[in-house]
Design a protein around this ligand. Structure first.
Ligand SMILES: Cc1ncc(C[n+]2csc(CCOP(=O)(O)OP(=O)(O)O)c2C)c(N)n1
Ligand code: SF4
Length: 314
């Protein structure tokens, strides 16, 4: 059963299933997103977790932060593990060996695990039609191993494998458009969420968990340690990300029917977002200004594209 959460107060009073005793950095987006998922569910839930910050910081033997069944598996196959659990429940039900309430099945992975190393595994789960929700905790880098670039890292970001300096402006390639790729599987529900828009986030999580079949959610997860800003500014950072449209919020039904769920009243320039994170500081040098312009152009073009899709209902 998916819980009805109507107000911020009732949300904050929901039973806590992800304890505070974890080692995530202060201000890490991962914990906010996980709590929102767990608070949205009233009945049983089974979680899969690929290797990454969330897993490493929430299960330091003999301790655990989880008050629900939770499986840590390889970097690449949190999705596959959960699809196996879902299949097992269905088989037990068919044989009459399980008569209880069917749990919700959710897998978490970072962007390294989702955009890159576990990509084909997630694709397989979506294609096979498992009744599960995959949630990518998108902090745009391999944070747990020291901030390497991933397929999600924005162009121009300085990371430990794309360091900015005399010969480089940081990552050269653009961010992969994972939600649209996942939606192209024709799955019933795909969405992008950000922790600052908690109502939108809660509604989309509930939609995914209530939907029969595979769903994919890409969640912006601010990472003060690797984006290099003060840990008290997680929500301000996500406000900027959605208001400058570098991380637009939308949902897609059945691989088509795209709906934009947040339209900023005042669209901010991308440089406002870049300017508050040290991973982009070098872009403000005269010789790199063209990268800021290129990023702005990309953001504008993608927003145009999303709006055209919404209008055309495709
Ligand atoms: C196949 C494999 N390659 C590499 C690693 C080492 N490793 C563990 S966690 C991690 C980074 C995880 O990055 P991401 O999925 O983005 O999650 P985050 O830590 O950023 O939340 C890496 C490279 C591994 N465990 N398995
Ligand atoms: S390094 Fe980033 S993703 Fe990892 S726990 Fe710290 S803030 Fe969270």
């Amino acid at each position: 059963m998916v819980k009805e959460v109507k107000t911020l107060k009732s949300f904050s009073q929901s039973a806590e299933k992800f304890e505070g005793s974890h080692l995530l950095c202060p201000g890490c987006g991962h914990g906010i997103i996980v709590r929102e998922v767990l608070n949205a569910v009233d009945g049983p839930i089974v979680l899969g977790n690929s290797t990454g910050c969330l897993e490493v910081c929430s299960a330091v033997y003999p301790h655990t932060s989880w008050d629900v069944p939770w499986i840590h598996i390889g970097f690449e196959n949190g999705s596959t593990a959960i699809s196996g659990v879902e299949s097992m429940y269905k088989a037990l039900e068919r044989k009459g060996k399980y008569k209880g309430q069917r749990p919700k099945f959710v897998a978490f992975g970072g962007d390294g695990a989702s955009y890159d190393i576990g990509f084909q595994f997630i694709s397989g789960c979506l294609e096979r039609g498992h009744d599960m929700t995959y949630i990518c905790l998108d902090n745009e880098n391999y944070a747990n191993t020291g901030g390497q670039r991933s397929g999600s890292t924005p162009m121009g970001a300085s990371t430990s494998t794309t360091p900015a300096g005399k010969v480089s402006f940081g990552k050269k390639e653009r961010k992969k458009d994972l939600p649209l790729i996942m939606a192209a599987h024709g799955i019933p529900y795909t969405a992008q969420i950000a922790p600052n828009k908690w109502k939108d986030m809660n509604k989309k999580i509930k939609t995914a968990l209530d939907t029969e079949g595979p769903c994919f959610i890409n969640a912006l997860s601010p990472c003060p340690t690797e984006w290099k800003y003060h840990s008290s500014l997680a929500i301000e950072m996500t406000d900027l990300a959605v208001d400058c449209l570098i991380f637009p919020l939308f949902e897609i039904f059945h691989g088509q029917e795209l709906k934009i769920t947040y339209r900023p009243r005042n669209v901010l320039p991308v440089r406002d977002y870049l300017g508050v994170q040290k991973r982009f500081a070098h872009l403000f040098k005269k010789e790199n200004e063209h990268i800021i312009e290129a990023l702005q152009k990309d953001v504008d073009a993608r927003w145009e594209y999303l709006q055209r899709r919404e209008e055309a209902k495709v």
